[in-house]
Write a protein that binds this ligand. Structure first.
Ligand SMILES: Nc1ncnc2c1ncn2[C@@H]1O[C@H](COP(=O)(O)OP(=O)(O)OP(=O)(O)O)[C@@H](O)[C@H]1O
Length: 610
């Protein structure tokens, strides 16, 4: 049984850190307000009115009891004031109920809208970042914590607003109690101090435990996915992996469970002890109030008002402190979310970026380019020098891991070369505006995305603003041979693909590739790159796809990566890579004469077909 790698301890939590995280709260509220100002202000208004009600209701209750006592003693028979007071209390009770429901409703609606807004921002932020950042596991930890932000923040919002509401309730009740018996406040303080100590002791521990487990939680999510998803189901069944994955999941989650159980038990144990002390203090106060009432110092109404107010005050104050720690913990997640939003593209902000030429004039030039992936000491490619001339069709070939895809990623500025420089029309590519630069390219990678959306959307992803431009979509589908796939589907372009959704239809590997290639044609890009997108096509379809590609992209610059030499040979020039360096470069005929790796591999494949 594999064991989780390290022992995870929640780091010691600093109470000050919790307090400091509160500085994110104003920004949080500004964002919620922006999401729906009307709902936001309605919520605040309802809470303000609701906050004034408890003390008013307790006071009306006191007046009712005093009136009842008066009526019993005086026997006047005039009950109109009593009925008025009862009616008033009834009205207040209904108002309080309506306000509470209004608050819950607006909390839920605001929370939903805010979570949608947060998810959208996370998607957009992710798209702004560079590939080296997206491929980093620390990035995934940040993303995971930011994602948690999207669900849990409804609670934070209502906690903070309830806190504000409770401050008003506490102040109004305090004024009521102090005006009768100032010393009761001493008892009150005594009754809540244990709660405060308890909260300070444990505040932040849940957050620091959860934070220290971010990576393991991602691992758990992944194991859940690997063990229970349509994508992995075939192999899980065939290799009998279900128990292995389930056990691995259980070992890791049990470890978390034990840690959080220990924390929860400690919290509950201490909480119970401190609560008993607090309850003792309350009953001390209650006994004093009862004695004073018996001695005739307080009326019966005063008794109910004071004991009611005291009890509520204690409850509200306890709630205030408990909620306070919940708020500081949640605000720490807020900090994670805002930190995520502030992530900068790793290529940095450069004050001025050159505009791109409308048309490429000369082409690209790699000068002594070398690259190591982040956090790696290995040169994946090195001393790479070649030209990709405008209008040229170039093919990259080489064994697995030779560095072909890496060169494409460098050309696309997904990564910056560790040494050397890439030029476009004589200017280093990093001087151009990166977003505009990447728009130059239409690329289909070997691991292209199978969007589980309609065929129309899958093709239009190449140029999404043209999704309703039927002739353009038809043209792209025809060029990539996807039109044959579409004709056979009952819903045509509107056919949802994949198995995830209702009416979805899955395609064969080759059919998916044709749809993906249509995406490249959809974009009227200056440079087209096909990174092994035809590996699942049958031999006839692949040859046809490449022939078409060469013809249809007449005048455009293109790069093709393929392991099939029979198709690669039609490229203008072929670059052969070996272990990250350029071994040979030239036309098919030149390389055959050269009689090195290309000629060897070509003969090897040709022999396989004989
Ligand atoms: N994101 C990454 N982080 C670290 N190393 C990577 C990453 N991507 C690729 N590599 C490493 O870089 C080397 C070159 O990979 P690359 O994908 O460029 O090869 P390739 O020639 O396209 O191979 P194939 O024909 O198998 O697609 C490999 O050794 C690979 O392990």
């Amino acid at each position: 049984m594999p064991k989780p790698k390290k022992s995870i301890q929640p780091s010691a939590f600093n109470f000050k850190e919790g307090l400091a995280s509160l500085k994110f709260v104003p920004r949080f509220f500004r964002e919620i307000r922006k999401v729906n100002p009307l709902l936001f202000y309605t919520n605040i208004f309802c809470r303000l009115v609701n906050a004034a009600l408890p003390v008013v209701m307790l006071w009306v209750g006191k007046l009712i009891i005093d009136e009842v006592v008066l009526q019993i003693a005086a026997e006047t028979g005039d009950l109109s004031r009593l009925w008025f007071l009862v009616g008033l209390e009834f009205g207040l009770a209904i108002l309080s109920d309506l306000l509470s429901r209004g608050i819950s409703l607006s909390d839920a609606l605001l929370g939903d809208q805010y979570s949608i807004n947060t998810s959208v921002r996370i998607i957009k932020k992710t798209s702004e970042l560079n590939l080296d950042q997206l491929e980093d596991s620390e990035f995934y930890d940040k993303l995971e914590r930011a994602r948690q932000q999207t669900n849990g923040r409804v609670g934070l919002m209502s906690n903070i607003l309830t806190q504000g509401e409770d401050i008003i309730v506490i102040l109004s009740l305090l004024i009521g109690v102090v005006s009768f018996e100032p010393w009761l406040i001493m008892l009150l303080l005594f009754s809540i101090v244990p709660t405060i100590i308890n909260e300070i002791k444990f505040s932040g521990t849940s957050y620091s435990l959860a934070r220290s487990w971010t990576q393991e939680r991602r691992e758990l999510d992944y194991l859940r996915y690997a063990g229970a998803s349509d994508v992995t189901a075939k192999e899980v069944k065939l290799f009998g992996l279900s128990n292995y994955l389930a056990d691995r999941f259980k070992v890791l989650s049990d470890k978390y469970y034990h840690k959080s159980k220990h924390l929860a038990k400690q919290r509950a144990g201490w909480g119970a002890v401190f609560n008993i002390i607090g309850t003792g203090a309350y009953y001390g106060a209650y006994i004093v109030i009862v004695f004073r009432t018996v001695a005739g110092i307080f009326s019966l109404g005063d008794l109910t008002f004071l004991s009611g107010s005291f009890n509520r005050l204690r409850g509200k104050l306890q709630g205030f402190f408990t909620r306070f720690t919940a708020i500081t913990e949640s605000a720490l997640y807020l900090q994670d979310y805002f930190e995520f939003l502030e992530l900068k593209n790793s290529h940095g902000d450069v004050d001025y970026k050159l505009p791109l030429p409308n048309k490429i004039k000369q082409g690209f030039k790699f000068v002594n380019v070398g690259f190591k992936y982040p956090k790696s000491d290995t040169w994946v490619v090195r001393h790479i020098c070649f030209d990709l001339k405008v209008g040229e069709k170039m093919a990259f070939v080489g064994e697995n891991g030779a560095g072909k895809t890496t060169l494409i990623k460098l050309l696309l500025q997904f990564y910056v070369p560790t040494e050397g420089e890439i030029f476009l029309d004589g200017i280093p590519v990093k001087q151009y505006d990166q977003v505009a630069y990447q728009q130059y390219f239409g690329v289909i990678f070997q691991d292209f995305v199978k969007f589980e959306l309609t065929i129309r959307e899958n093709i239009a992803m190449g140029e999404i603003s043209e999704i309703h431009n039927q002739p353009r979509i038809d043209g792209a589908a025809e060029k990539s041979l996807a039109d044959q796939v579409i004709t056979d589907l009952p819903m045509g372009y509107e056919q949802p693909l994949g198995k995830r959704f209702k009416r979805g239809k899955d395609l064969s590997g080759g059919q998916w590739q044709k749809i993906a290639i249509a995406r490249a044609y959809m974009k009227d890009a200056e440079v087209l790159i096909l990174d092994e997108p035809t590996s699942a096509l049958d031999a006839r379809a692949e040859t046809e796809a490449f022939d078409r590609f060469i013809k249809l992209t007449e005048g455009k610059t293109a790069v093709i990566i393929s392991h099939r030499f029979s198709t690669v040979r039609i490229a203008d020039r072929i670059m052969v890579l070996k272990a990250g360096t350029v071994l040979e470069i030239g036309t098919h005929e030149e390389l055959m004469v050269n009689d090195k790796l290309y000629a060897e591999l070509f003969h090897l494949q040709a022999a396989g077909y004989q």
